[in-house]
Every structure is written in structure tokens, then in C-alpha cells.
Design a binder for this molecule. Structure first.
Ligand code: SF4
Length: 247
């Protein structure tokens, strides 16, 4: 079994996103869920998952600061795919946060704001699961460049599945057009990456697609996607728990 696990990560790099998802669902269902911010990549994965697994699960980190267009897209996703998106909230309402940390924390300490509204809620959610699916691509940021299609997430202590790790933005949009997948209308208004209203702006011609996120801060990630992963060794370590679940 350990040898099989050692091979999975290597072989998975040759798989299509659909093959990665099929393997992930057959291995971890029902203890697997997709995290989605409903960006273009996330929409591709939702569409793929809907074709592979009628019981696929999607959750979103609702910071309560999302764009109206994003909330409308979530409603459309629920109708089109017949699913209920699970909304995961911070323990603190925006008012609680302002009372404890002062107004507009995102403008003074976005790392702390992201920790309160995204990272801690994600940590709680992932503690229920054995695997999660993320929509990252390697060419999005330097911290994502080492992502594997199947990896051990050392930060949150479960398996992480990145089916689109090797895809380009062009492939994502080609899939969206081909399958008529709904997407956030802000993408057509120079918002290639959409997050919270307070921390997202349109990008200018020639700017990096993620330049509109936390503009003015030396920050390119929420803290959800660890920069250090343990590619094989720890993945092998989950074999025992998976064997236990199979018996
Ligand atoms: S993206 Fe901005 S508003 Fe949203 S949680 Fe992070 S710092 Fe707060």
C-alpha cells in the first residue's frame, strides 16, 4: 500500500483534472469537499465535479465582504447544479471584528483580517474532512508553483487535491466557453481575480492578473494555500488511515 501511495503522487501528475477528481472521490468520498471562491478555475472544477459525482460537496469561505456579483453567482451555481453551497463564516461578525480590532482591519492588517475571516474558518471546516479540493494553478503565484495534483497539506493536516495545477488560464477559459459554464461578470470588467470588496480592484493593462488583490500591500495570498508541502513522505503516512477506512 505504501508503495502504491508513493506512486499515486507521481502518476497523478500525468492525469487530467477529471481523472484526478475521479480518483479523489473514489478514495475519500464522503469525507472530501471542494473549497470555492467561485473564480474561473473554481467554476471549471464545479462543472467537472457535477459530471463525475452527483454527491459532490462545495463550501465557500463567506467573509461577509464578498461582491454582490459573487453572491449572485453562488445562487446561480446552486440552481444550475442542484447543490447547496455550504457557507463557512468567521466566528466574528464584521461588527464584532470592528469592536475587537478597530474599524477597517483589512486596511491596516490584512493578514490578521484574512486569518480571522478565512484561515481559521477554513481550519475548522477542514478538520471534518480527509481531503479537500482547491482550484489553484501553478502559474498563478510563486507560492503555488510547487503545488502537486495530489499532496499532503501539512498546514491543515489532510490530503489536498489540485486538479488544475498544470492548467493555464487559457485552458480554463476554453473549458468555460466550451461547456457554457457560468462565471463572475466581474471577470469581464478587468477583475481576473475576485476576492473581498475591500481588497480587490480592477487590474490595469499589463498588470499581473492578481495585482488587484491587496493592492498596496506585500501580500498575494490569503494564507489558505501553504507554501510548504510534504510531497511524498507524509502522503505515504495516510495509507494506514485509508486502509483502516477501507476495511
Ligand atoms: S481579503 Fe481583505 S477583507 Fe477579505 S478577509 Fe482578507 S483582509 Fe479581510
Amino acid at each position: 500500500m505504501s508503495e502504491q501511495w508513493q506512486q499515486v503522487q507521481t502518476v497523478a501528475e500525468t492525469w487530467s483534472p477529471e481523472q484526478v477528481l475521479r480518483w479523489a472521490y473514489s478514495t475519500f468520498q464522503p469525507d472530501i469537499a471542494m473549497a470555492s471562491g467561485f473564480g474561473a478555475e473554481g467554476m471549471v472544477l464545479i462543472d467537472m465535479a457535477s459530471r463525475l459525482n452527483p454527491d459532490f460537496r462545495v463550501f465557500t469561505l463567506d467573509t461577509e465582504f464578498l461582491f454582490p456579483e459573487t453572491y449572485e453567482l453562488i445562487d446561480r451555481v446552486e440552481k444550475r447544479y442542484g447543490i447547496k453551497v455550504e457557507r463557512v463564516y468567521s466566528n466574528l461578525t464584521p461588527e464584532d471584528q470592528a469592536g475587537l480590532y478597530g474599524p477597517a482591519l483589512w486596511s491596516r492588517n490584512p493578514d490578521q483580517c484574512c486569518r480571522l475571516r478565512k484561515v481559521e474558518p477554513l481550519k475548522n471546516k477542514l478538520s471534518e474532512l480527509r481531503a479537500w479540493v482547491a482550484a489553484i494553478r501553478r502559474d498563478q503565484t510563486p507560492t503555488r508553483a510547487m503545488a502537486r495534483k495530489v499532496e499532503w497539506d501539512a498546514k491543515f493536516q489532510l490530503v489536498k487535491i489540485n486538479p488544475l495545477a498544470s492548467w493555464t488560464s487559457e485552458k480554463v477559459w476554453s473549458y468555460i466557453r466550451q461547456h457554457k459554464v457560468p462565471y463572475n461578470p466581474l471577470h469581464d470588467q478587468n477583475y481576473p481575480s475576485v476576492g473581498c470588496t475591500h481588497c480587490t480592484r480592477a487590474v490595469l493593462s499589463g498588470e499581473n492578473p492578481r495585482a488587484g488583490r491587496w493592492s498596496g500591500f506585500n501580500k498575494s495570498e490569503c494564507g489558505l494555500h501553504a507554501t510548504t508541502v510534504e510531497p511524498v513522505a507524509t502522503l505515504v503516512g495516510i495509507a494506514a488511515s485509508c486502509e483502516a477506512n477501507e476495511t
